[in-house]
Design a protein around this ligand. Structure first.
Ligand code: AHG
Ligand code: MN
Ligand code: MN
Length: 335
């Protein structure tokens, strides 16, 4: 059996972009490297306290970093060294960084990421992830990156992906030519193609939502969850409720099995919790490339014009027909 590694696959697929210079390929490869570094650390998460890191400093005298700060630094370092982006936006940092060197000023891309998604699950050994989104810059080559390079709508993404640190570690990405998944083979330290051309089933039997928030949601969303629980042999209801609390993990399962994830707005947080630029946009690009849908309840996620780097959005994402059903019930709310 022949093994296709992530780097081999990326190089092969470069042909999908007739005028590609290889920069995007190198950027994706750098993300693969950063995610291996993060994976290594994530796997030792529970050991940190046992292995002498009880104080606040490590052997080099550096402060032991929380995993999400560690992941943020690992990504920034790998991507900065690669020199393929002129700027970075991260969920962990208030402002974007514009890299001021000749190489970086000449780069074509910017990247945004959620370095560690589901971080409340770190301490309890539950799957977590990394999510990234890549745009072509708007400003001129040679200039310093500016805010308009980052505030682009999801439809303009050139690539997006996630890494899931689960029972195995996987990297899933799209460049707008389908979705492919790679599993980390620890014995050789390589991501190997394991899920070629991923497609989300048009219908599924799983709904993922934090039901604790349900009374504060709109009636359309509440009705949908009720509908999922009603018995209907023909459509296989009641559906199963599955909520991990790590968006990447909930999304990944639903992508493979078919299902829907909802983080709607509530009375106190009308825009919900999730971030448009770091979470919703990249997963929306992936789900659409896999044949599914992503909406905020009113419009397609990837059509939202961002105003702020850290803006939040309600998110309803997954199997096409399931998302369609929620939209139907939301639309009926005001009639
Ligand atoms: P992050 O760890 O990057 O802040 O993201 C956490 C997100 C997401 O991963 C998850 O689906 C959601 O928060 C869970 O929120 P609730 O605990 O409110 O359900
Ligand atoms: Mn997150
Ligand atoms: Mn995070």
């Amino acid at each position: 059996m022949s093994i296709v590694t992530l780097s081999e696959f990326i190089m092969e697929r470069q042909a999908d972009f007739p005028y590609a210079s290889g920069d995007l390929s190198r950027l994706l490869a750098d993300i693969g490297i950063a995610s291996k570094i993060i994976n290594h650390k994530v796997n030792k998460a529970g050991l940190q306290d046992i292995l002498g890191a009880v104080g606040t400093t490590n052997i080099q005298g550096e402060t032991q970093m929380k995993l999400d700060v560690f992941a943020d630094n690992a990504l920034i370092n790998a991507i900065k060294w690669g020199g393929q982006v002129c700027g970075i936006g991260s969920e962990e940092n208030d402002r974007y960084f514009a890299f001021d060197s000749e190489v970086h000023r000449k780069s074509k891309y910017v990247i945004l990421f959620d370095p560690l998604d589901g971080s409340s699950n770190i301490d309890v050994n539950v799957s977590i992830g990394t999510i990234f989104s890549i745009f072509r810059r708007k400003s001129s080559i040679g200039d310093l990156a500016n805010v308009n390079d980052f505030l682009q709508s999801g439809a303009e993404q050139v690539a997006a992906g996630y890494v899931i640190y689960g029972s195995s570690t996987m990297l899933v990405y799209t460049t707008g030519h389908g979705v492919n998944g790679f599993t980390l083979e620890p014995s050789i330290g390589e991501f190997c193609l394991s899920h070629e051309n991923m497609q989300i089933p048009a219908d599924g039997k799983i709904f993922s939502v934090n039901e604790g928030n349900l009374y504060a949601c709109s009636s359309g969303v509440r009705e949908y969850i009720d509908w999922c629980k009603q018995t209907d042999k023909k459509s296989g209801r009641p559906y199963s409720g599955r909520y991990i609390g790590s968006l990447v993990a909930d999304f990944h399962r639903n992508l493979i099995k078919g299902g829907i994830y909802l983080y709607p707005g509530t009375k106190s947080s009308p825009q919900g919790k999730l971030r448009l630029m770091y979470e919703a946009n990249p997963l929306a690009f992936i789900v659409e490339q896999a044949g599914g849908s992503a909406t905020d309840g009113q419009q397609r996620i990837m059509d939202i014009k961002p105003k702020d780097l850290h803006q939040r959005t309600p998110l309803i994402i997954g199997s096409k027909n399931m998302v369609g059903k929620v939209l139907e019930l939301i639309a009926a709310e005001n009639i």
